[in-house]
Design a protein around this ligand. Structure first.
Ligand code: APR
Length: 191
């Protein structure tokens, strides 16, 4: 794990299965129907159990679709967290259709939601980089920029943000880009 220290706050770059991260909030990479799917969405529903989908059924009846760039909250079922924030990333088309702004909004919205609930820790998958085909390096830059800026600007309760990569090569992309962006980093054994 690589740690980026931003004042008293910590941004962690971590190779892991997000369903195993013990935090206040696990963020899901959901779709606008909130109906579940494969990838990280499937893993979260499998590990968390059916009550997460029951809550989403109720939310869906109330709001219909959840637009790209926004998120809804449920409990976390059997996951090692209090909440799941179901963020809807953009489907990548041509890079000229507002995808970057929507992806950045996913991260900011979830951080705002965590701050509103006075929570301390949150873990994010690499939203939109699987089935939604956002180019990985560009999505990584957006995640690192958005989260680091947010942590620098906000003084609230959120002090640990984990950006979780599912495999070693994705983890290397995050670490290399963070290095190029001149974040000062320290290695730590994963916990
Ligand atoms: N832990 C951490 N990361 C994971 C995990 C996991 N258990 N499983 C997959 N990933 C990574 C993938 O490697 C990818 O980099 O999550 C990233 C996002 O991939 P997707 O899950 O495909 O999410 P996304 O691209 O946002 O597509 C969303 O896929 O599953 C459906 O319902 C979902 O329709 C929605 C779409």
């Amino acid at each position: 794990m690589q740690i980026i220290n931003l004042g008293p706050r910590e941004l962690q770059l971590l190779e892991s299965d997000i369903t195993k991260t013990a935090v206040d909030v696990i963020v899901n990479a959901a779709n606008s129907h909130l109906g579940g799917g494969g990838g990280v969405d499937g893993a979260i529903h499998r590990a968390g159990g059916p009550e997460i989908m029951h809550e989403l059924d109720t939310i869906r009846q109330r709001i219909g679709r959840c637009p790209a760039g926004s998120a809804v909250v449920t409990g976390a079922g059997k996951l090692p967290a209090q909440f799941v924030f179901h963020a809807v990333g953009p489907i990548y088309r041509d890079g000229q259709s507002g995808e970057a702004a929507q992806l950045s909004s996913c991260y900011r919205t979830c951080l705002d939601m965590a701050a509103d609930r006075r929570l301390a820790s949150i873990s994010f998958p690499s939203i939109s980089t699987g089935a939604y085909r956002f180019p990985f390096e560009e999505a990584t830059r957006i995640a690192l920029e958005t989260v680091s800026q947010w942590l620098t600007l906000h003084n609230g309760t959120v002090h640990t943000v984990k950006l979780v990569q599912f495999d070693a090569s994705d983890h290397r992309v995050y670490c290399n880009l963070a290095y190029k962006m001149q974040f000062s980093m320290a290695s730590k054994a994963s916990s």
